[in-house]
Ligand binder design. Sequence first.
Ligand SMILES: [Zn+2]
Ligand SMILES: [Zn+2]
Length: 283
Amino acid sequence: MSAYNPKTPIRTQVDSLEFGLHTSSSIRALSAVEVVSSVAFDNLGNPLKGGLYDDAMGPWEMRTKQQCTTCGQSFSQCPGHLGHIELSVPVFNPLTFTNLLQFLKVKCQCCHSFRLQSFHRLALEAKLSLIENNRTKEAMNLDDLLATMLKTSKATGKKKTVSQLAAEEAAGNSAASNHTTEVENFLKGLITPPVVNPSLTSHERQLQRTLVKAFIKANGTYSVRCQNCDAYSHALRQDASNKIFRKPLAKASLKKNVEKKLRIRAAEAITMTEEANIVPDDR
Ligand SMILES: [Zn+2]
Ligand SMILES: [Zn+2]
């Protein structure tokens, strides 16, 4: 980035703004110094290198004529610079802890996808996509349309919800399963790549949030068993905002997992096994 020069007119204009969290690499790139010492000052009261008052983050006292070692400016001119601490173990980000716990509670600990049948995730993605493309009315009517599509293969006497119908379809004969696949393909057709800067009203944004919230709630409430791989997942318990514990599985659930040879394992372990299984190219 070039330095700001008041004599040069600004030729660019901000047309969008995005908020997000810094990644580890962006924090390191922004940082002027790594803080490695828990002691801030020496015996004479001078700031120590790598301490919390390191000169690289800016002069710390107005009385001395100390200059910033990063920008060379005085106490009143230096804007102050960021430093960073390398943590020796992974630590939860307190700002995202609630969301993290929410996602951990609704995902399957065996296949690591949402516990609800993939059909529901596709339906949610389709609705969000339709809203993003200013087709909100179609998104609102999608459940009714899906119910009609699913009903064509099964004559049901009383009114059923889309999820009930989808579950019936999936559990039914192969012809019925083919029908569900057709509906899934229809949903996939509705999903478009994310719009970079969608022009949505506050009502439409609120509607998207409500849909996501309902989906997360549905995942957490009516399925201890994964509808995709059949595994039973551990219940989770949190301690303050910095620890997550896995409760033991009920005996019956454990027995069912063992019978089906389903193993609860960390997503990281799966990735590592997959990486280890990659045969190196011997060119
Ligand atoms: Zn400075
Ligand atoms: Zn699963």
